[in-house]
Design a protein around this ligand. Sequence first.
Ligand SMILES: *[C@@H]1O[C@H](CO)[C@@H](O)[C@H](O)[C@H]1NC(C)=O
Ligand SMILES: *[C@@H]1O[C@H](CO)[C@@H](O)[C@H](O)[C@H]1NC(C)=O
Ligand SMILES: *[C@@H]1O[C@H](CO)[C@@H](O)[C@H](O)[C@H]1NC(C)=O
Ligand SMILES: *[C@@H]1O[C@H](CO)[C@@H](O)[C@H](O)[C@H]1NC(C)=O
Ligand SMILES: *[C@@H]1O[C@H](CO)[C@@H](O)[C@H](O)[C@H]1NC(C)=O
Ligand SMILES: *[C@@H]1O[C@H](CO)[C@@H](O)[C@H](O)[C@H]1NC(C)=O
Ligand SMILES: *[C@@H]1O[C@H](CO)[C@@H](O)[C@H](O)[C@H]1NC(C)=O
Length: 667
Amino acid sequence: MHSLKSLVVSAGLSVSILAVTAAPQADPCAKFAGQTFVVPADALACLKSFPFNETLRQNVIGNIAGVFDFYTFEDFYLNSPPPFQESTTNIRADIARINSTKYETDYDFNRAVYDFTTQLNDGHTRWFPSCYTSFQNLIPTPVVTLDENGVQNVFVAPDAVEFITLIGTNFTDHFAQLGFNWQRLAGAKVLEIEGIDAYAYADHIASTQSGNYLDHGVRVNSAFGSYRISGTDFSQRFGDISGPAFPDQNTLTLKLIPVNSTKTETVQVPFFANYVGAPFTDRASFWTANCAANEATNGADQRPTGSSARRATPRRARAAIIDSSLKNAVGLPSPFLPTAPPVNGSTGVIKSFILPDNITGVMFVGSFEGDFVQFQTDTLAAIQQFQASGVTRLLLDLTNNGGGFVCLGQFLHQFLAGSQIGYPGFQSTNRANPLAQKIVAADIALGNTDQFTFYSPDNWAFLNDTEQPLTFNYIDPAVIRKTNGVNDPTSQRFEDICTPFSVPIPETPPFDLNNVAIVGNANCASTCAMFSTLMFERHQTKNVIFGGKPGEVMQYKGMAGNQVLEWVDLDNEIQTAGLGDDPLAPPELLVNANMRHNWRTAWSFLNEQVPIAYVSELPQLRFAYTKDTYNNPQNLWTFAYVIFHSPGFYTHLMHFYLYDRASQLFK
Ligand SMILES: *[C@@H]1O[C@H](CO)[C@@H](O)[C@H](O)[C@H]1NC(C)=O
Ligand SMILES: *[C@@H]1O[C@H](CO)[C@@H](O)[C@H](O)[C@H]1NC(C)=O
Ligand SMILES: *[C@@H]1O[C@H](CO)[C@@H](O)[C@H](O)[C@H]1NC(C)=O
Ligand SMILES: *[C@@H]1O[C@H](CO)[C@@H](O)[C@H](O)[C@H]1NC(C)=O
Ligand SMILES: *[C@@H]1O[C@H](CO)[C@@H](O)[C@H](O)[C@H]1NC(C)=O
Ligand SMILES: *[C@@H]1O[C@H](CO)[C@@H](O)[C@H](O)[C@H]1NC(C)=O
Ligand SMILES: *[C@@H]1O[C@H](CO)[C@@H](O)[C@H](O)[C@H]1NC(C)=O
């Protein structure tokens, strides 16, 4: 519900618009056109103003059903192995349910598809309708989980004033107008949220809204705020409780105890929604700008003779989540930025430092995105400077690393482990459905190369590291596996081809691998998860994880898929193989949206019968955040010195769990 004051304010606004236009029904989108922030009820009224349309439903359902044919993990969902049982669902039954449910509005239909895919908890496999992902709802009291004197609780971020001020007066003036004093709530201890225990509410958000990671504990950490690198800048994340993706909550009710008080209060904190969509002036132009398919929605024939121009840059496999909160990221308040002088190679997604002890080097690897070559030259520059400066141990911070280029994960692994380890990646497969088999056959017949497609055989190497010839059909005949008792045909096993890298790889590790450790918040997705798993499975690198719900288990990594294809990428493959008119091809989308999916599976190094995604691996050490570390990377790194000193540390290193159920899946 709105607070009383905001009801008065928005009612006042609509009255004046009605008076000026004298229209019987004011345009619910025009009402806030041109504004960066909107009262959530107004935002939702615009989103819900588009009626349900059966033609669009059939188009979307047909599209996503076709995309799911390519989804490598589909059959795992029938009975997700422990500890990932929460995700168990019958995907085809979910699609059938949404295909036959009555919806009032196009929003309601899209929200059902969004929620269904989000609750698969695989950030690679989600429905993103641009029309309805055009807001982020924000409160000025973002919540975090902190340890205080040995007891963990949920708190309003103690730096809320510094953090929220960075959003600007368009946001903060609204609360001043409402007379809502959020500043006094900074640092308050939060006992309950929406009438339930604060950590139970985090569990609820993790189960319903966070998505992205198979492991529930990792999703609980996304519910809270934390530091991160957004693009190439330090940033602070709201967390999914405080910055949800839809403007469907007007307030968040917090039962809390403010700093320096002993009195428990219940406060209704108003949300204010940030518009992050394309510019528009009214309802019709909102639809055109955000909702109708545009020239980037669907794929095209990529061959030189095809309808699309030849690509200038090579195609590169990517594995990353989509975190829409990066669209409107604000910085980390300056008092909390690292004070150690930056090391060479720190202008991109990697920020490197030498800590004041002069022997610990830190690389904060914010993502594996951005400039593909610069990532490699920055790694080289940082490690050269570390070595020249006498650094003997290396801390890698992977906090909120959403992944990126598959080959950059393999690069960083190879650089740290030395070229002597050989192939630095995993075995991989994709799904051998009938259309995928037709695509590979057509690519071979047409002579399509890796310049235009991901399906052509020259993208991949045999397990002896030799590139597959252009004529080698790796997907037909299929390898038939059993997953949850169902026939699950895959391609043959293959490897990525990431070499040669852009910088020389040392033959032996630049640092004793026993002196390399990883810290993070387990929100380490896709390429990041594959990298941290490689470091752990091959070199027993310590993964040290912060945050989460006290007493609840958390894996050290998020979604280790291998390669994601956006709908446009999959459609490019289909069109470039000349199969756009094949009856098995999903229909071109009529709306501006993306059904992405996990297109390749990476198989665990320790047990090549189990996808990495389904291998349960716990961190070797787990710590709570404190008010000194949740938003202060250098304080966290300094605290993490302890991991290099922890007695008996190496004895409990091999403390991972390969669940029997998972390895039995294929028997
Ligand atoms: C504040 O909002 C106005 C429109 O209402 C917009 O033009 C301006 O760019 C916004 N300022 C910032 C800093 O976002
Ligand atoms: C439903 O959407 C289709 C495709 O955009 C459109 O042609 C049709 O007019 C819409 N139907 C209604 C009743 O608006
Ligand atoms: C959805 O239902 C319609 C009938 O209402 C049916 O024609 C269509 O095949 C169904 N789509 C899928 C993907 O099952
Ligand atoms: C709480 O009390 C301490 C000590 O009196 C004071 O320094 C601090 O500013 C107070 N904090 C708030 C938020 O009132
Ligand atoms: C680290 O190096 C700096 C600069 O050379 C020096 O001032 C400082 O005392 C050194 N710190 C330690 C702990 O050795
Ligand atoms: C840092 O980079 C600069 C410019 O490339 C180079 O001259 C310098 O030697 C590097 N410093 C160290 C300590 O490696
Ligand atoms: C690598 O393996 C492939 C497939 O088994 C085989 O055809 C090829 O001869 C091998 N290459 C080398 C160099 O061993």
